[in-house]
Ligand binder design. Structure first.
Ligand code: HEC
Ligand code: HEC
Ligand code: HEC
Length: 128
């Protein structure tokens, strides 16, 4: 069995590579735990079911943008709130999720998502 040494070295290399996500996360100070998000400042409900919101807000925001910019259609009927609200990223979303930093960014940073919206849209908090 003159190959045993090579096999062991091969196995060790394999283990290091296979464990990459773990030691990379540990070295980066992340333990894989989801950060705590700040609670909404207002309301019991999101504008749609909040689990659905978590999965689909990017599409909803894209629709809002297109409807406002192309069709000047600025109002949205929310079933969960039972009211009509403005289709606005800053005035509506950040109206309840008062801290972009402790809500939107905290989740996005954790998932390494970088929306380019803030190149133009301004978080009102940044001026306080
Ligand atoms: C009337 C207040 C209100 C408005 C307006 C609002 N939200 Fe929410 N949202 C909530 C509440 C309340 C929750 C439930 C969790 C909580 O208490 O923070 C929630 C939950 C969420 C979640 C899920 C969070 C999680 O931990 O799973 C996301 C994502 C979200 N909202 C994004 C948005 C976006 C994007 C907008 C604008 C399109 C928006 N919300 C508008 C009140 C609001
Ligand atoms: C609980 C986690 C979570 C929270 C809180 C959250 N998001 Fe997201 N967001 C995501 C995920 C996941 C994606 C999608 C990543 C993908 O599919 O590429 C995303 C994507 C987006 C995108 C599309 C980005 C792109 O470049 O495609 C926008 C815009 C966005 N989020 C806005 C918001 C805003 C505004 C808030 C706060 C009001 C918010 N999100 C809060 C998880 C979250
Ligand atoms: C190049 C600059 C720019 C970028 C980048 C941008 N927007 Fe906008 N957005 C605008 C302008 C200008 C308006 C029109 C403002 C108005 O008429 O009220 C607008 C309007 C909107 C509106 C409706 C009005 C409001 O108050 O929010 C939404 C929703 C929106 N954008 C979402 C997004 C989202 C989501 C992203 C990122 C995925 C994004 N935008 C990226 C410039 C931009």
């Amino acid at each position: 069995m003159h190959n045993t040494g090579k096999i062991i070295i091969g196995l060790l290399i394999f283990l290091v590579i296979a464990a990459f996500p773990i030691w990379y996360a540990v070295a980066g100070g992340k333990t894989g735990e989801m950060p705590v998000l700040e609670k909404a400042a207002r309301g019991e409900n999101c504008i749609i079911d909040s689990v659905l919101m978590k999965e689909t807000h990017m599409f909803l925001l894209d629709d809002w943008r297109d409807e406002v910019v192309r069709e000047d259609d600025r109002w949205y009927r929310s079933m969960t709130l039972d009211s009509t609200i403005e289709k606005s990223l800053t005035r509506t979303c950040l109206g309840c999720h008062a801290s972009k930093a402790n809500f939107c960014d905290r989740c996005h940073d954790y998932l390494a998502v970088v929306p380019y919206c803030w190149d133009c849209h301004v978080d009102p908090k940044e001026f306080e």
